[in-house]
Design a protein around this ligand. Sequence first.
Ligand SMILES: [Ca+2]
Ligand SMILES: [Ca+2]
Ligand SMILES: [Ca+2]
Ligand SMILES: [Ca+2]
Length: 276
Amino acid sequence: MENYSFHKDEKTHEEAMNHCIEQGGYLASILNQEENDAVRKEVEGDYWIGLRDNVSEGTFNWDDGEFFSYSNWAEGEPNNIEGDEFEGDEDCVSVLSDGTWNDAPCELPLSYVCKYGVKSSEDGQYSIHAFAKTKIDAQKDCQSNGAELVSIGDQEELDKIWGLMGGSKKNYWIGLSDGGVEGQFTNPDGSMFATWNEGEPNNHGGNEDCVAIGAGSKWNDCPCDLTNFYICENASRGTTGGGNPNYSVNFGEKTYVEAESACREGGGELVSIGSE
Ligand SMILES: [Ca+2]
Ligand SMILES: [Ca+2]
Ligand SMILES: [Ca+2]
Ligand SMILES: [Ca+2]
């Protein structure tokens, strides 16, 4: 079940949704009976899924944008009951112990399930991958889809990508690297642009040649064998320019700050090879 995370701590629907987004995903959409059964087995008690009719009463939409066609309502649901112990009516959907669904008050604290996947820009140029991989494995996955790890050429391009990331607090690999000449960061397409976090890049431990975007869209050089989420770019699609292709910057002398931890704060994990 690598596409999901299961959370026993009870949150309102909105709190649960925000937590999933910070983790790089969404409250889970459930698109068929097989998925409903598989997720139901992993959680005890009732739990929130990412389905609501808060915009228009009786019209249910998935938070992650999937098309709403499958449903598994309990008998008599959805009934939009008003005025129990919570304010308002029932606009958020929970899954009951037998796997059927109930519309419930959004303020009710429940367990919840997040779901992770790939988000793409409408033109298909960028894709945000919520699966943790080393930089090399991330690059391989991009290439298997005819893309590369993203080359971010200017602020406009960064803003577009940051919008797609939607407020996630995880770290995401991008294509920028100083694996060729230490301190000289270049993109796969030869361009150079960066908005470094304070004190970065610092080549902490002499071992940081790969670059990740973290919370607040600030960048950090990190060890390439950390596992992070990642961003691919298919340059044959879309219209966003990639900056000056022959430009690179040498950052010269570096200062050392608490940086190794910053690589992990956003969720990066060191891969330990040869241990359990
Ligand atoms: Ca309702
Ligand atoms: Ca109900
Ligand atoms: Ca370096
Ligand atoms: Ca660093």
